[in-house]
Design a protein around this ligand. Structure first.
Ligand code: PGA
Length: 255
């Protein structure tokens, strides 16, 4: 419907892959392949790769993101990284609440919310992940769960702050499994997210929010997915580790 008011964002999520030298080599390979893209192009990289990634993408259309951020400004939180640290390093985006963090690192809807607030207050753009497990889907909880996770993540977030938030719908059963949601399932899930935003901020605001799909998105299925009215680009794991594959997805979102 109002897809024209939203810009598609294709964001790579490297997860725990690529040393700094590997990061530099992969970015150098990607740069010419994604130059001139008609969508926003982001690479979310491990903390240790951030300096080299910022340096390698200077003057290009590739923006750099982190994969997590702590919600406190500073203090005795061994191993954590604050939003101000990321901002000063030149980071523009940050992934928050990825299902792997929820699953393996005790991330909750509440900490996702706190991290989101910390990120936008520091001037970062947050890519907040929501998604149901296979069990939740089979029990018929997909809509309830997606709306709940979306609203919880956006607690105490103003409409103004929402301008710097992207929601990524990532069905947990489709992440890294090679099983992609069908384009209709992706559109439906993204639609539930948008409906939750509309319930909280009104339909006009909801139409302006970028809602990505993520989960085994690849060059073969990207066209079909990004054509859907509610799918404003994607969060790409595995396929973002190969320059030609990532570039093909960027191309699909640029049409
Ligand atoms: P995948 O990962 O593309 O490898 O399924 C997506 C994600 O976890 O963001």
């Amino acid at each position: 419907m109002k897809k024209s008011v939203r810009r598609a964002v294709i964001a790579g999520n490297w997860k725990m892959n690529n040393t700094p030298s590997q990061a530099k080599a992969l970015i150098e390979e990607m740069k010419p392949l994604v130059a001139g893209a008609d969508c926003d192009v982001v690479l979310c990289v491990p903390f240790i790769d951030i300096p080299v990634a910022i340096e390698a993408t200077k003057g290009t259309n590739i923006k750099i993101g982190a994969e997590n951020v702590h919600f406190k400004a500073s203090g005795a939180y061994t191993g954590e990284v604050s939003a101000d640290m990321l901002k000063e390093a030149g980071v523009e985006y940050v992934v928050i609440g990825h299902s792997e963090r929820r699953q393996y690192f005790g991330e909750t809807d509440q900490t996702v919310n706190l991290r989101t607030i910390a990120a936008v207050n520091a001037g970062l753009k947050a890519i907040v992940c929501v998604g149901e497990t296979l069990e939740q889907r089979e029990l018929g909880y997909t809509e309830t769960l997606l709306k709940y996770q979306t609203k919880m993540a956006l607690t105490n977030i103003s409409a103004e702050q929402l301008k710097n938030i992207i929601i990524a719908y990532e069905p947990v059963w489709a992440i890294g499994t090679g099983v992609t949601a069908t384009a209709d399932q992706a559109d439906e899930g993204n639609g539930f997210v948008r409906a939750a935003i509309a319930e909280k901020y009104g339909a006009d605001v909801a139409e302006t929010v970028t809602v990505q799909y993520g989960g085994s998105m690849n060059p073969k299925n990207a066209d079909e997915l990004v054509e859907k009215v509610n799918v404003d680009g994607g969060l790409i794991g595995g396929a973002s580790l190969k320059a030609p594959d990532f570039a093909a997805i960027v191309k699909a979102a640029s049409k």
